[in-house]
Design a protein around this ligand. Structure first.
Ligand code: BGC
Length: 714
């Protein structure tokens, strides 16, 4: 029998409609229904009488987050841990994002989940945001493009994706109450833009409104945002759900076109809240919520629901293709590694004797914590990856580290469980090797590698302190000793950054001969690390986010808001000058600029031509591999607007493309389209493209512009 949505709506009672808009409650609480998929973040309510099943919703951006273990069940339910989103963005590779999306989508489907609560597409406004690792970039175009490809991949599997957190959720401090004050121009050009791009290109099934307020109103209670902009202007036709327990008024949420309230039963956690169903019912009885509103919200949810595996009765296997997806995770990680510095050091020749330092070789960080966490079958740490790949690692030193880390964790640095069952992991000391030993290892090896790790997660922002944004004293002291010892003997010293978001690098970057940024690369970490340092893989990642010289240079001075001890309001007073838009316009030199990343080979750009085709400026040029290793290059197009009525940043990213793997001497013809409409600025009322001469700048980074052309718009 066909499922006729209108007929079903007409058969639903008012109470059924209302309860349908509210999730079943947090699945881990004893009074709520037992979860269909253990570890999933939420479920919607089934209405059996009408043949409506519930939907299962689960996180997250670096891989499906479900519990790997179930009671009285021998089977395991692991999902692949992919590189964190920032690292995925560092690939600048749409095809790869699509592939990662397909792989995650298959796991979602085969584990009985309907909607993946990803991608997260907030902007890297400040390096200290605790969830930056879950977001792609400081740039809206790169973010939107990465998200669109990822969503296409996920949804190609017949499950839904969810763009989150809509919108201006760029910090964790007081995220559930903070009021974000932002101009409409910055909102539209920077923060809404990635949502707009991904929605128009990839039609995600769902959007998640954020926790915070936007200019005084919770985003989940903001009709202008959820109806006027999202649906009327952009044509979004999927469903909007709240973030978990967001907002303060269920009736307002429903009135403001927030279709689904998740996870439901908020009062079970937040004692001051009343049951959503009661709040909505009362508003209905007062006539504030009409039948038409209820029908509209129910219809929107049902339209998504009928596409889900749950509705179709899909017989999921609980056996996703984890082996295949491990390869995708590895491939994505390899392309996201960014080589920040390299003075005749990397790649290491096959027989190089390597001394690996830092506890991060054992406790390698695959990703961040919170809802973006993953539970893979394994994580290959840097040490094991290097050994597996046959690198010539100093095994005495390696065993020393293994023993040291296990002793630390057994005694003074025991890992405990937090309030939510999360691991609390005390930071390990680093400076515990004697100078004699350092000397010994420096003498008998060819290169010293020191690993710096950082982890952050949902709920708290990072700290402007030693051990977080800055190096800890013991990290600096051991690095100085290692640097001196290795260099004294004419050996190289390399630093590997296993981090999710920028740290301060300027003060110590001269201590080393190479810096490799491997981010938080997921379960294949060690393999990725080994293959990149040995040159089996030529790094081709570029920074999706600026590494500032000093924290004081960061434009978002108001982060995380006022008053300082308990921020209630955060004013985005840097306006549109976020990331490189600020550093370039105000001539502040970063440590490593947006779009930057070295390669083991070199690329030459030539033959720039511009022509018009319909609404697009078509930019063509050639990229040639002029070095002697195969490699890929990310070509970036920045546009510099003429001086007009509206203030413009020095330049803005308007297009990019990654080459295929180019052989030495090989050339690729590139064609990148820049829609004229994408040059528009929001002048407070509408989008305006000013006439005049635009500079089309083709570069290997935002500050390494190789070709410049002019294009006149009149
Ligand atoms: C997070 C969301 C997540 C949800 C469900 C919230 O705390 O902000 O990103 O999808 O929990 O786990």
């Amino acid at each position: 029998m066909v499922f006729d949505i209108e007929r079903v709506i007409s058969e639903m009672t008012v109470d059924e409609k209302i309860s349908f808009l509210v999730g079943v409650g947090l699945l881990s609480l004893p009074n709520n229904p037992a979860p269909r998929v253990k570890g999933a973040a939420g479920e919607t309510r089934p209405i059996e009488r009408l043949g409506i099943p519930g939907m299962v919703l689960a996180d997250g951006p670096a891989g499906l987050r479900i519990d790997p273990e179930r009671e009285n069940d021998e089977n395991k339910y692991h999902a692949t841990a992919f590189p964190v989103e920032t690292m995925l963005a560092a690939t600048w590779n749409r095809n790869l994002l699509r592939k990662v999306g397909e792989a995650m989508g298959e796991e979602v489907k085969e584990y009985g989940v309907d909607i993946l609560l990803a991608p997260a597409i907030n902007i890297h406004r400040n390096p200290l945001c605790g969830r930056n690792f879950e977001y792609y970039s400081e740039d809206p175009l790169l973010t939107g493009e990465m998200a669109a490809s990822f969503v296409e991949g996920v949804q190609s599997q017949g499950v839904g994706a969810c763009l989150k957190h809509f919108v201006v959720n760029e910090q964790e401090t007081n995220r559930m109450t903070v009021d974000t004050i932002v101009s409409e121009r910055a909102l539209r050009e920077i923060y809404l833009k990635p949502f707009e791009i991904a929605i128009k290109k990839a039609k995600p099934w769902t959007v998640m409104s954020s926790y915070n307020k936007l200019n005084g109103k919770y985003t989940s209670q903001n009709k202008w945002l959820l109806k006027d902009v999202l649906r009327d202007e952009w044509g979004f036709d999927g469903l909007v759900m709240t973030d978990w327990f967001a907002g303060d008024n269920a009736a307002e949420q429903i009135k403001s076109w927030n279709d689904l309230l998740m996870p439901g039963n908020t009062y079970q956690i937040f004692k001051h809240r009343r049951p959503e169903i009661e709040e909505i019912k009362e508003a209905y009885e007062r006539g504030e919520i009409t039948d038409e509103m209820l029908n509209e919200r129910v219809r929107t949810i049902l339209k998504v629901l009928v596409k889900t595996p749950s509705f179709k009765g899909y017989n999921y296997s609980n056996k996703p293709n984890l082996d295949e997806h491990a390869k995708v995770s590895y491939e994505a990680g390899c392309e996201g590694v960014v080589l920040l510095k390299n003075e005749n050091t990397l790649p290491l020749s096959p027989d190089t004797k390597i001394a690996l330092f830092g506890t991060g070789q054992i406790e390698t960080i695959r990703g961040g914590t919170g809802s973006g966490e993953t539970h893979p079958r394994y994580t290959i740490n840097f040490l094991d990856g290097a050994i597996e790949k046959g690198l010539n690692v100093d095994m005495e030193l390696a065993e020393f580290y293994r023993k040291k880390v296990s002793d630390f964790r057994a005694k003074d640095y025991v890992i405990t469980k937090g309030q939510w069952g999360e691991d609390i992991v005390p930071k390990l000391p680093q400076d515990f090797i004697s100078e004699e030993d350092i000397e010994k290892y420096a003498l008998r090896n060819d290169v010293g590698i020191f690993i710096i790790t950082r982890i952050s997660g949902e709920g708290v922002d990072r700290k402007l302190e030693k051990g977080d944004f800055y190096l800890a004293d013991d990290e600096i002291s051991i690095m100085s000793k290692l640097s001196t010892a290795f260099r004294k003997h004419g050996k190289k010293f390399v630093v590997v950054l296993n981090i999710g978001s920028p740290i301060e690098v300027e003060s110590w970057k001269n201590l080393c001969d190479a810096i490799l940024l491997v981010w938080q690369p997921g379960q294949e970490a060690g393999r990725i690390f080994a293959d990149v340092i040995s040159g089996k893989v030529n790094p081709s990642g570029k920074l999706p986010t600026t590494f500032p010289k000093r924290y004081e240079d960061v434009p978002s001075r108001s982060f995380p808001g006022e008053p300082k001890d308990n921020p209630q309001v955060v004013v985005y007073d840097e306006d549109i000058y976020v990331g490189y838009r600020y550093y370039d316009t105000f001539r502040i030199e970063p440590a490593f600029e947006f779009g930057f990343g070295l390669s083991y080979t070199t690329f030459e750009y030539s033959n720039l031509k511009l022509h018009r085709d319909g609404g697009d400026i078509v930019v063509t040029f050639e990229v040639k591999n002029t070095g002697n290793m195969v490699g890929k290059e990310v070509a970036q197009i920045y546009v510099r607007a003429p001086k007009g009525k509206i203030d413009k940043p020095y330049q803005e990213l308007k297009g990019f493309e990654k080459t295929k793997l180019l052989e030495p001497g090989e050339t690729q013809k590139m064609e990148i389209r820049v829609p004229v409409s994408s040059l528009a600025s929001f002048n407070g009322h509408c989008w305006v493209v000013e006439k005049g001469e635009y500079e089309i700048r083709v570069g290997a980074s935002s500050r390494d512009i190789r070709l410049v052309g002019k294009y006149v718009l009149d």
